[in-house]
Design a protein around this ligand. Sequence first.
Ligand code: NAP
Ligand code: GDD
Length: 383
Amino acid sequence: MKKVALITGITGQDGAYLAEYLLKLGYEVHGIKRRASLFNTDRIDHLYQDPHDENRRLFLHYGDMTDSMNLTRIIQEVQPDEIYNLAAMSHVKVSFDTPEYTANADGIGTLRILEAVRLLGLTEKTRIYQASTSELYGLVQEVPQRESTPFYPRSPYAVAKLYGYWITVNYREAYGMHASNGILFNHESPLRGETFVTRKITRAVAKIALGQQDKLFLGNLSAKRDWGHAKDYVRAMHAILQQPEGSDYVIATGITTTVRDFVKLSFKNVGITVDFKNEGVDEVGVISGIDEVMFIARVGAEYLEASKALIGQEVVRVDPAYFRPTEVELLIGDPTKSKTVLGWEPEYDLEGLCEDMIISDVKLMKKDAFLKEGGYKTLNYFE
Ligand code: NAP
Ligand code: GDD
């Protein structure tokens, strides 16, 4: 029998990778997308199937995490074997601007899913994955962080996710539901949203190498994150729901890196050496050399001459506008439980992740430049 999965947040980074992964495993996949004034399905367009296709296995439903009746109706119609609750207002800094909405979508949204499953009498049938986060550890109480480490959330996002975490545990214990938390540390990819720090960096590095941008402004360069690849992390989500009982798992690489070092690594991936000098808000990143072979391989010989003029240029600066009212300075996870119980192993290390993102962004920025130069027909609305 074909398994049926429902993914909230299917249009996001993780939703897209998970949908593709589950389709490959033979699942029928249903996803909830928000109504938007423009198409918002870019990340899953390659999976789209015509509604008239008799063998269709991907179905999209309009919905929103703040609308209980809508969520309940979709779950009733789909009768999923597995629900992956990935939908969330997922940007930590933005959650300080939209705290009430974040609590509603990320916190109460989780309750809406759990309660719908209970009310519909699906507690025996439907397994639930909750997208919990290393942000729960916040002001870390233990290094590295593991499943038993106490939480200390540091943003409205993390506080909302704290509710999501505990309501999932509570429904598991109160009603015997197969409901699990994946406490995922930061995971990135070429599909990562453009305002998260790794993607902001890889996009800017590609543009600087191609002569399309002068400078990259960042916030806290000393923050440390345990970064993995989203492709590896969605495999863990699936593995969690295949266990005989629901439980909670840390998914992480066990290695932590500063934002500053990720900047250096990204430039290195296009053959550019960047050194940092000064401290605090005066810290800057300056280009000190070009590895021509690497530059040509990753960016192209036609851009090499222009790039040499960049030596000595300041390409990274600190802008305090990107500081957070309360920061999470250090995250590093201990993935022992997921490795031993789930048998989960990541395929990508940080170098592999960064390379994947840089190669993709260089390609994308070349295409963007082509489009800007008139490579497409400009629309004249009034003609
Ligand atoms: P993402 O790229 O920001 O995707 C979030 C998804 O949620 C998008 O599909 C978005 O729709 C949808 N969404 C947002 N608000 C919604 C609402 N009110 N109703 C319905 N859908 C809504 O996030 P991600 O990186 O894939 O992360 C997936 C989940 O894992 C999130 O819950 C995130 O908090 C959590 N998480 C992420 C990481 C990480 O490092 N990536 C680590 C730990 C936990 P639109 O496309 O329309 O915006
Ligand atoms: N976004 C951003 N932009 N972050 C910056 C910048 C900048 O210009 N400069 C420095 N940073 C620092 C942030 O202050 C933070 O310490 C770190 O880079 C990572 O920021 P993000 O990439 O925005 O991710 P995050 O760690 O806050 O949150 C992500 O990971 C969580 C898991 O730990 C999100 O995906 C969350 O949804 C997820 O739960």
